[in-house]
Ligand binder design. Structure first.
Ligand code: SER
Length: 339
């Protein structure tokens, strides 16, 4: 129990939670509370004040956290990723949309009770885009936030809608009531590209072919890539993604011209990634076995994103480009990891 300003991270034991907890725990003045269906790995668990193992769909658990803690920052990372969501669309909607609504309600109550706006960070995705065909994708190049918002997946539709839901709580919540209650949530959102971590392999996503290819090569396992060599979407190294979250959530609100920001770092084709992985691991056993349905999802995502608003408004400046992400971050750390 703590009436001290605290951070709540949902989905904390996922890929992004791991790096975010490392960075946020460097500030001992703001304790971290986590909520995830799965327990945190022991090293990470030691960095948080209180770990709740449970569901974002459990209102009693959220009420208990509200009663026991003064939360003024929420990082709502829990979600079912895009491939998994296509197999269970109704469940995806429950977790991704109703779960987000529950956390927004939680944050609204927190903001109302301690009187300060709760900074609510929401990770959206390039899945919020849907480009109709290859010619349009090539022509579109680096897409802006408000273009091609026609996702083809349940996950993408969930993300796009929750961006709007967050904007509603921030700016228009209960606009017809006698005492409008907007402004208790300070909602900030990044549309992430595919993310690549040296520490973890994602599960249930559709951009997973890049992290899977590199981790498999380092583990000396064969890998059959499910998209064609010319499939192209933007990617980013995980430390830069965590950096971006910290920069956006620390930015002065008056500098933010948007609620939702694209970010990107590099946009290689699967074949370009394969060439880099082969140079680092000459014995890598990489082949292509097209999964036309998953590849179609990748084909509907943009080849790259225009992230100039993030660079101008809050100083997005990824440290790693394609060469240094692999050469300085991924390959050395992944090599160490698998020995
Ligand atoms: N990387 C995610 C996925 O593939 C997209 O946000 O589902």
């Amino acid at each position: 129990m703590s009436r001290h300003p605290s951070i709540l991270i949902t989905g904390a034991s996922g890929e992004m939670g791991h790096g975010l907890i490392d960075r946020l725990s460097q500030n001992p003045d703001r304790p971290i509370i986590t909520l995830d269906l799965n327990p945190l790995p022991p090293g990470t668990g030691a960095k948080v004040r209180k770990e709740f193992v449970g569901s974002i769909l459990d209102p009693q658990l959220l009420d208990r956290i509200h009663a026991e803690y003064e939360v003024d920052r929420v990082f709502h990372l829990a979600a079912l990723l895009s491939t998994r969501s296509e197999f269970s669309p109704a469940l995806a909607h429950k977790v991704n949309v109703e779960g987000t609504l529950n956390l927004l309600e939680f944050a609204q109550k927190e903001g109302e009770s301690h009187g300060r706006p709760v900074v609510f960070f929401y990770p959206s995705s390039i899945a919020a885009y849907g480009l109709p065909d290859a010619a349009t994708k090539t022509r579109a190049g680096r897409v802006k936030e408000d273009e091609f918002n026609f996702p083809t997946t349940m996950y993408g539709a969930n993300k796009l809608y929750c961006e709007h839901l967050g904007r509603y709580y921030d700016r228009h919540f209960r606009q017809l009531s006698a005492e409008p209650k907007a402004g208790k949530i300070d909602f900030r959102c990044i549309r992430f590209p595919g993310l690549i971590s040296a520490d973890t392999v994602p599960s249930g996503g559709t951009s997973d072919y890049v992290p899977e290819m590199i981790h498999a090569a380092a583990e000396r396992k064969a890998y059959a890539c499910f998209v064609q060599p010319d499939a192209r979407i933007p990617f980013m190294a995980m430390p830069d993604a965590v950096d971006a979250i910290l920069k956006l959530t620390a930015a002065d609100k008056s500098r933010l011209s948007r609620v939702v920001y694209n970010i990107g770092a590099f946009a290689p084709s699967a074949g370009e990634v394969e060439a880099i992985v082969r140079r680092a691991f000459p014995a890598a056993d990489i082949s292509y076995k097209l999964d036309a349905k998953r590849a179609a999802i990748v084909a509907s995502w943009p080849a790259d994103v225009d992230d100039s608003a993030a660079r101008t408004d809050w100083g997005l400046a990824p440290r790693y480009d394609l060469a240094s992400a692999f050469g300085e971050y991924l390959i050395p750390n992944i090599r160490k990891r698998y020995g």
